[in-house]
Structure formats: structure tokens, C-alpha cells
Ligand binder design. Sequence first.
Ligand code: FAD
Length: 290
Amino acid sequence: MHIKNLFKEKNTVISLEIFPPKVNSSIDTIYKTIENLAYLNPDFISVTYGALGSTKDKTVEIASLIKNKYEIESLAHLTCLTSSHDEINQITKNLKHNNISNILALRGDFPKGYNTKEDTLSFKHADDLVEIIKKNNDFCVAGACYPEKHPESLSFENDLYNLNKKVEKGTDFLISQLFFDNNIFYNFINQAKSQGINCPISAGIMPVINKKQIERIVSLTGASMSQKFLSILDRYEYNEEALKDAGIAYATEQIIDLISQGVDGIHIYTMNKPEIAKKIYGNIESVIKA
Ligand code: FAD
């Protein structure tokens, strides 16, 4: 099923994100994670591609397991910056062969130390990938968006302008980068709409459960912290259990507010921790159904 249709059927589409095991870990470690997440019955589960030090070639295998064994719609992430057209065609063929019909089309980033001339690249931006996928296949294609602009963008307006190009090339829905202040997301949605971006946009929420994770996230994404969030960090940074509980409560509050405001979807970055997703689900169960 094309995930874009879920946005027509449901008030709020709830999705979860996982990443494949690290390069030198066995694929078996992910099975239990998927089993526990499947039990929550999300609308779809997305699987990252080569992000956070995980391996690329496991994405199709894991997305296939989610779709074909657990019968939950899967969204396979795919990056293009360091790939050729042939490599991308091979992966899309493989996805099709595995009955996967949804791709999150991403540019990705250069690995550290990667050295190449820009004019030799087959793909420069995610919209190049969207175009190729849409031209040759019947995939539902998602794209990434950034409520606080992409870190490389010179301005918020320029980033929105480029996002619009990605949507015009056939992106069916968007998933946002994580954010900790809902007002930032609401402002982004309004600005996107005023630029004519009318596809569904899911809000990316990451429950923060330890200090190391926060430092890493902020350095990677540049996400700004709300005063309320900073107070939680200040107070509980050395109390693991309390920070975890407060992080779950903070994410829950964000989600309830977003759903009340009528957002199209909530995308939870699970960090492969089903117990955290389970607690959040427990907190919002009646809100999702209402
Ligand atoms: P683009 O949409 O290409 O944007 C990148 C930059 O280029 C922006 O500054 C944009 O304004 C600019 N730009 C875009 N199009 C044009 C154009 N036509 N002309 C000029 N400038 C342009 N990374 C992974 O490696 N694996 C993953 O699985 C993964 N999953 C992600 C999931 C989500 C929901 C998000 C938000 C990010 C994810 N990322 C992942 C990170 C992502 O790869 C990086 O943020 C990357 O730097 C940008 O990818 P993009 O697809 O957003 O790029």
C-alpha cells in the first residue's frame, strides 16, 4: 500500500523509525526490536539507510521483514549522494522484488574523508532522486524537511524554496527533522503552506532519554532547545531514571499538543528502544483513537 493513502484515511498517521544494526553486529539484534514495535501496530515503520553508523545493505532486508512477516507498511530510506544511477536502479528493483512500495528519498551526506568533485556526482540533491524514482516506478515517495532549516541552507526561505522543488518533482509526503518546540513546527507548516507545499507533513519527535544522546543530536541537527526542555536537562542530567521519565513525558506532551492541533502525522524516532515507544504509546492511546 502507498503510505500517502493512509494520510487520506486517518486523522493522524503514527509511524516509528528504526535503524539497522551496526556494521559488526548481527542482524538478529533487530528482530526482537521489530517484534516489540509491531505489537504497537503503528501505521508504518521506516528503516534508515546507512545512518548512525549502521549498514546500508540491511535496509531492504529489514523493511521486507516488516512488510512481509509483520504485515505492517514499511518505508525504506534511501540516500543518493554517493550512488550512481545503476546502483539506485538496482536498489529500487530489489525493493520492488520485496513488495516494498514506499521510499524516503534522501540526499544523505558525504562520509568523513570522502573526496569527490561535485560535477562528477550523479545526484546532487534529493529532488534528483525523487525524479528518477518517480520516472521509472510506481513508488510512493517521501522526503525530509527541516522546521529549523537544513544546517547547510543559507536561509529558512531558501530551504523552503528548495523543498518546494522536491515536492513539485513528485514527493508524496514529508517527514520532519526532530524539534523540541512545537511552535517552531507550526510556524514551518504555515510557511510551507504559504509557499504552496500542500502534501502531508509528519512531525518528527525524538524522546530524549540521556544526556549523551542530546549532545549528539544537537551537534548533528542544530535543533534548538526550548526553555522548558533546558530546565529538564539542568535538573535531571545526572539522574538517568528521572531524565528518561522526564524525556518520555516531554515527548508525550509534544505529541498530544501536535495531535490536538491536527497535524497530519507523528513520526517517532525510536532509537531502536521499543520500551520507550511502548510507554509513549501507552500515554497517547486514547488520544490517537479519539
Ligand atoms: P536535500 O533535500 O537535497 O537538501 C539538502 C540541502 O540542499 C538543503 O540545504 C537544501 O535547501 C538544498 N537543496 C535541496 N535541493 C536543492 C536544489 N535543487 N538546488 C539547490 N539546493 C538544494 N541520512 C542518512 O544517511 N540515512 C537516513 O536514513 C536518513 N534518514 C533521515 C530521515 C529524516 C526524516 C531526516 C529529516 C533526515 C534523514 N537523514 C538520513 C539525514 C539527511 O540525509 C541529511 O539531513 C542530508 O544532509 C540532507 O538530506 P535531504 O534529503 O534532506 O537533502
